[in-house]
Design a protein around this ligand. Structure first.
Ligand code: NI
Length: 259
């Protein structure tokens, strides 16, 4: 299987003990490409460093809604400078997270999301969106920036919202959550959606798929997402993985000659 894990946080402290070894093991486990999105300035910098160190790792830079509390306008300058690196392929992860009660205020989250959508438009980069329990407001921000295209990572919305996003030209990406017992709604979305808009990811170190649920996740487990997609779509796991890989390369504009 040829795999592209389009969302994995190797800049996370969860990999401090074995980051080098685990990333070095990925080509041997069928993982050809990894995209590491930043969550704040520091993790965005670390993601770029990892992309420099490993030829198959790419980065996105951005400020996650849960980490936008100390936001200052000057952060845009720093993100812009980081995004000049040729291996930075998106602005992310950005979005809205209303799930955690101690997250920054909703209006601040929205302001930071808007600002980074504007940055993405200016830079001509796609965005990686995190939407947790904020479906309506998230979609409003997306619609307010029609020139920006992106991917909803770990898609958790309704079939109806999925139809809207696909119509707007967006991609949807799925994690190991699709292997959990309560995944019925995501499976419906996968069944309906066009295969050329789908990407797969781990969101490592979080969300390990069954039967590894509860462990630290890594890109070596992304094949479980490909298997689940394959089952729903009536194709082989290899075909599903290959299609998701090609979609990711096209979406993030990763050229063969930069590999
Ligand atoms: Ni993430």
């Amino acid at each position: 299987m040829r795999l592209f894990d389009t969302h994995a946080h190797y800049d996370s402290g969860a990999f401090n003990a074995d980051r080098q070894e685990i990333l070095a093991s990925m080509p041997g486990r069928g993982v050809e490409l990894i995209l590491d999105p930043g969550c704040d300035l520091e993790s965005s910098r670390r993601a770029v460093e990892l992309a420099e160190r490993f030829p198959f790792v790419y980065a996105a830079v951005g400020v996650h809604p849960s980490d936008c509390g100390p936001w200052e306008e000057s952060w845009l300058e720093e993100l812009r400078a980081l995004a000049a690196h040729p291996k930075v392929k998106a602005v992310g992860e950005i979005g809205l997270d209303y799930y955690w009660k101690d997250n920054p205020a909703h209006d601040l989250q929205q302001r930071v999301f808007h600002a980074q959508m504007e940055l993405a438009e200016e830079l001509g980069l796609p965005v990686i969106v995190h939407d947790r329990e904020a479906h309506q407001d998230c979609l409003e921000v997306v619609k307010a920036h029609p020139k920006v295209t992106g991917v909803y990572h770990c898609y958790s919305g309704s079939l109806e919202d999925a139809k809207t996003l696909i119509r707007l030209g967006w991609m949807l990406s799925f994690t190991g959550v699709v292997t959990y017992k309560n995944a019925r709604r995501s499976l419906e979305v996968i069944q309906w959606m066009p295969m050329d808009r789908l990407m797969i990811e781990t969101d490592a170190p979080y969300l390990a798929p069954e039967p590894f649920r509860g462990r630290r996740n890594d890109s070596g487990y992304v094949y479980r997402v490909a298997e689940t997609v394959a089952q729903v779509k009536g194709m082989s796991p290899e075909e599903a993985a290959e299609a998701a890989l090609e979609n990711g390369k096209r979406f993030f504009r990763i050229e063969e000659d930069t590999l």
